[in-house]
Design a protein around this ligand. Structure first.
Ligand code: ZN
Length: 433
């Protein structure tokens, strides 16, 4: 492959070899629940190059004083839909309206805005699991990776693959509504083709409807999904809504079970045994829908499920399924408010912080590459006023956010760094690698 000198000049690493030095009062390690005092962190070319107490600061370095703050790795929402916002309450299934009324183009722009609010709330990584029109999620990921717009690291699924109809129930006259929200795949050939289609159009994880219809996928069909996705190094996330579907997905060895409504003590034990991720998406917003009968009972049931999963040592991920609008709140504020569910489950704060960070990188399959504050890793981090190992609510007021060594927020105010390049779409934008 030929690459022009002009293209090389556009590579971020060539922009500057400037060193940034962060003076950190309290550096939180969520892996072991410890805090190191008075640390210096050096960043060059978007990566951590030195971390410690006695790190000399080069005289030419840009110095940032975070000595009053607790600094943590960035947060992860393991299940979101950045290019989807319901036009009405979710109970009314109004994302049919989104499909009919919102173009993929407008949804992609909305996704940029949602991504910015996620960063503002401290979320530097998001698994974006479908319902994004015609690959608005890939467009968002590429725009962020190219530095055109600020936003979290995106692990996107492309289009959700399901048995005929996906999660939709169209009338025969409106069958085309299924697309672009779902890829129909009812036979082995169609399963292989649908996985390949998503990979070609930029998916980083494969999302399937395990049991959205009575003709849900068998364990063998899911094994086919898993083996086909693995050829491109991708994992398979399964939307699960029935106990039988959960058992089949666990039997197949799926990477993650999305949603927790169908999970119980039996499935939790099996998931723990196999190390399958539980991406529970327990919403505290049942209480917002005060007219919904049984809202409190639903919330309590979710919390009991979280307690059971935690007691059974299931791999748990902080996740929201946020795809709706709560008046007065942006997407990032909606997402961080899911702390309520975790706090109600009385899981210890250090464990919740680990779930929101370390487990997020793991379920995103980026644990070895991104997230932790480690030499050689991309420079992503957040700062808050209090110790999140003791008081998680301090995460509701993120004061500082950095991603890839670029400031996004300082002193509680968004100050996006040099994101806004006006360069061309790179030839690799839609390529697999
Ligand atoms: Zn979802």
């Amino acid at each position: 492959m030929r690459i022009s000198v002009f293209a090389l000049l556009l590579l971020p690493g060539c922009l500057s070899a400037q060193v940034t030095a962060l003076k950190i009062g309290h550096l939180v390690n969520p892996e072991n629940g410890t805090v190191a005092a008075n640390q210096v962190v050096l960043i060059e070319n978007g990566k951590f190059t030195a971390i410690g107490t006695n790190v000399p600061i080069p005289s030419s370095a840009t110095q940032i004083d975070l000595s009053q703050y607790y600094v943590s790795p960035g947060l992860v929402d393991a299940h979101n839909h950045l290019a989807l916002t319901y036009k009405d309450e979710p109970e009314h299934n109004s994302y049919y309206l989104t499909t009919v009324m919102d173009s993929t183009a407008i949804r992609a722009i909305q996704a940029v805005s949602n991504g910015i609010t996620m960063m503002n709330a401290g979320f530097t990584m998001v698994r974006d699991l479908g319902n994004n029109g015609n690959y608005a999620d890939t467009a968002l990921r590429v725009a962020i990776e190219q530095g055109w717009v600020p936003g979290p690291t995106i692990i996107n699924s492309g289009i959700i693959i399901g048995g005929f109809g996906g999660q939709f129930y169209p009338v025969p006259e409106r069958e085309s509504l299924i697309e672009p929200e779902y890829l129909n795949a009812d036979t082995n050939d169609e399963i292989v083709k649908a996985v390949r289609r998503n990979i070609l159009y930029g998916a980083k994880v494969i999302k399937i409807c395990v049991d959205c219809k009575p003709y849900g996928y068998t364990a063998d069909e899911m094994r086919l999904f898993i083996s086909e996705a693995a050829k491109a190094g991708l994992k398979v996330a399964g939307h699960v809504q029935t106990h039988a579907g959960a058992l089949r997905a666990i039997d197949a060895g799926i990477w993650s079970v999305e949603h927790s409504g169908a999970l119980d003590d039996e499935t939790h034990k099996l998931m723990a045994k196999k190390g399958i991720w539980r991406v529970g998406t327990e919403t505290p917003f049942t209480s917002y829908h005060t007219n919904t009968p049984g809202a409190k009972q639903r919330f309590d049931r979710q919390v009991e499920g979280m307690k059971n999963a935690y007691a059974n040592h299931v791999n748990m991920a902080f996740s929201t399924d946020a795809d709706y609008y709560i008046p007065g709140m942006d997407r990032g504020q909606v997402v961080i408010d899911f702390l309520k569910s975790w706090q109600a489950a009385q899981i210890p704060a250090p464990e919740i912080l680990k779930i929101m960070t370390v487990n997020g990188y793991k379920v995103s399959d980026l644990y070895e590459k991104r997230g932790l504050i480690k030499v050689g890793f991309p420079a992503d981090l957040i700062a808050v006023r209090g110790n999140p190992l003791e008081d998680l609510d301090t995460l509701r007021d993120v004061r500082f956010v950095m991603k890839d060594g670029i400031f996004f927020k300082k002193d509680g105010v968004m100050v996006p760094g040099p994101f806004f390049h006006s360069g061309p779409v790179p030839p690799s934008a839609w390529r697999i690698h």
